[in-house]
Design a protein around this ligand. Sequence first.
Ligand SMILES: CC(C)=CCC/C(C)=C/CC/C(C)=C/COP(=O)(O)OP(=O)(O)O
Length: 303
Amino acid sequence: MGFSLQVCLPPSTATNTATFTLIRPVTNLRFKPPLCASTQQQLVVSEENELKSINGAPEENVPLPLGLRRESIPKHVAVIMDGNRRWARLRGLPVDSGYEAGVKSLRTIVELCCKWGIRVLTVFAFSCDNWFRPKMEVEFLMSLLEEGLKEEMGSYLRDNIRISVIGDLSKLPKSLVELIRNVEATTKNNTRFQLIVAVSYSGKYDLVQACQRIAMKVKDGVIEPSDINESLIEQELETNCTEFPYPDLLIRTSGELRISNFLLWQLAYTELFFAQSLWPDFGEAEFIEALRSFQRRRRSYGG
Ligand SMILES: CC(C)=CCC/C(C)=C/CC/C(C)=C/COP(=O)(O)OP(=O)(O)O
């Protein structure tokens, strides 16, 4: 049987400085609503989640690569997986094999995230602008996504991985949208690690859809314009699917130094790492380098 612990904080309490003493070890705390409420935070501790967390999280016992500190492992890493086509062209291969090699790199990075205790990975798999690519290439990327979701289902369940997809799904084939909704529903209670796949996504799209939702609430009299604040906007962004909506670290591969309309709002205080490797060449050694660089940063959030 689960139990819940509700803690009411006085309005002046900064949630990140509050200390809670628990009478037994707790491995999984869920904050609802995520990061927002300053007057009342509800901490729901579910025994079921605790058990899952223990079963699916041997990472506490897995030694980290030399030079990495467990206490400052990022919770949320975002990746712009750039350079797949260049990787293929350099080898005289069709671009499709670049994307296939990119999927292999993604699998490796997901495994490492699980092993090292990173909680969320958001990957830019297909941007709103990628719809302008050749039809065959778009279809191939959609088929990769479909295969990936179908074939990896067993491992998501076995490894306690939650899958979420963000983006303008109205443009995707209906069968793919059904599959996405199915995978999201089947994995939604998995707690060890969350893979967020951004498809038909852009940061500007996300902000526009959030504004539209907020405008509807104002129109329906649910809120007043003066109620609109950062927390409210955060709740309407598509990253409301995770309890850690703000990436700690953004990695972009292939030597390009741009954000390219990825998570614009969410990256406000994210540490950036630009790798020279093309995405299909980005493996364990490169990921360790990015994490080491992250751990050397002093994050002041403007303070
Ligand atoms: C199952 C699943 C999530 C699949 C995703 C596969 C994958 C690696 C997608 C990347 C898509 C993409 C448009 C990358 C940008 O680099 P680019 O390929 O345009 O490379 P370029 O900069 O060399 O042209």
